[in-house]
Design a protein around this ligand. Structure first.
Ligand SMILES: NC(=O)c1ccc[n+]([C@@H]2O[C@H](COP(=O)([O-])OP(=O)(O)OC[C@H]3O[C@@H](n4cnc5c(N)ncnc54)[C@H](O)[C@@H]3O)[C@@H](O)[C@H]2O)c1
Ligand SMILES: [Zn+2]
Ligand SMILES: [Zn+2]
Length: 356
């Protein structure tokens, strides 16, 4: 099968032939149709975090495809031919206190798709039957892919923010994750203010109904948001610690900063005095549960969310990474199609953009 393989943190990703993996006990073999490119894949492929994957590995934790075969043991209600999503939470033990209290994303024994187990940037991938998530009929697999990480992560982050209808919620960073956070924040009824440094992403936010836009390259986001009364909650998916510091300073008294982005530069300055006197809360939010992803798919099936994406071939992965890093991708999320079709690619007439 063809797969995108990271052999070194310094070299481009190789697209090459590798053996189709064998599903082990309670695992499924999935023929991948689509897989979204998350900024996490870029951090992982470049070894930018305090933890690094073991080389070589196949990235991708937004893979969506069709079950072809099962390993031995419990199929957990799935059938050959079902369409499933293969999220970052590739395995959780099911026995620990976190797993048993609805917090499986904190399981210390978890395995992560596209990081500690091979991921969806391949024609086939193996996942655990209990942890792949069924994609309902009526959800396009090219939409399902970004929902599998960008969607579920920000759905959970909005829940963590405690956003309610009378609140002002700041969405800081409006890329793959951020354009979904905006939509989940709007579903709560809250007023929204979107901050980005890329005017294209602010345009996406405008189309998705953001109440206020702040171009952080031209305006001071702290002054702009404080002029609106301060944010009750701020959800930060920007890949830059400065954005986290600005988001904290943009909060109203009693506000909550939800840290979601995982920038390579792994530290922010947190002023103790302002945090104490303002009664601020700072929390981290990591992906979402199996059930959260089912809810994300259901909201999408009901037409409550839109995925702004463009499709490219897996062979274009290194170009796609550069476009995400330089903010030149034509849509907030890039999705790989695993079946080759001549019209897909980065060429001018060849890109399918679903922004309308
Ligand atoms: N916590 C989690 O569970 C989780 C899950 C998935 C991804 N992530 C992390 O979230 C981050 C975002 O991922 P993505 O795929 O959305 O990336 P992305 O590149 O699509 O989006 C990042 C956005 O931030 C904007 N930005 C950059 N600097 C900014 C600044 N100073 N102020 C405001 N906006 C700024 C960019 O223009 C871009 O639109 C990554 O670090 C990724 O690893 C975390
Ligand atoms: Zn991700
Ligand atoms: Zn566990």
């Amino acid at each position: 099968m063809r797969a995108a393989v990271v052999h070194s943190f310094e070299s481009p990703i190789a697209v090459e032939e590798v053996p189709i993996p064998e599903p082990g006990p309670e695992q499924v073999l999935v023929r991948i149709e689509t897989a979204g490119l998350c900024h996490t894949d870029i951090h992982a492929a470049r070894g930018e975090w305090p933890v690094q994957p073991t080389l070589p590995f196949i990235p991708g934790h937004e893979g969506v495809g069709i079950i072809e075969r099962f390993g031995t043991g419990n199929a957990h209600g799935l059938h050959v031919g079902d369409r499933v999503a293969m999220p970052w939470l590739g395995y959780a033990c099911g026995d620990c206190g976190y797993c048993n209290s609805g917090r499986e994303t904190l399981c210390a024994s978890q395995l992560n798709t596209g990081f500690s187990i091979n991921g969806g940037f391949a024609e086939y991938a193996v996942g655990y039957a209990r942890h792949v998530v069924r994609v309902p009929d009526g959800v396009d697999p090219a939409d399902a892919a970004p929902l599998t990480c960008a969607g579920v992560t920000t759905y959970k982050a909005v829940k963590e923010s405690g956003a309610r209808a009378a609140d002002l919620v700041a969405i800081v960073g409006c890329g793959g994750l951020g354009h979904m956070s905006l939509q989940y924040a709007r579903i709560t009824g809250a007023e929204t203010v979107v901050v980005d440094t890329n005017p294209e992403r602010l345009e996406s936010a405008r189309m998705l109904g953001a109440d206020h836009l702040v171009h952080a390259g031209e305006q001071d986001p702290v002054a702009a948001i404080q002029a609106l009364g301060g944010a009750t909650a701020s959800i930060v998916t920007a890949v830059n610690p400065v954005a986290f510091e600005q988001a904290l300073a943009s909060l109203a008294r009693g506000g909550t900063l939800v840290c979601v982005g995982l920038p390579a530069e792994n530290a922010m300055r947190l002023p103790i005095f302002e945090t104490v006197l303002g009664g601020l809360t700072v929390k981290g939010s990591i992906v979402g549960t199996h059930r959260d992803l089912e809810e994300v798919f259901d909201l999408h099936r009901r037409g409550r969310t839109r995925v702004l994406k463009h499709e490219v071939l897996l062979e274009d992965i290194n170009d796609a990474v550069e476009h995400v890093l330089h903010g030149t991708a034509p849509a907030p999320r890039t999705v790989f199609r695993l079946q080759p079709t001549p019209s897909w690619g980065f060429g001018a007439a060849a890109t399918t953009t679903t922004i309308a």
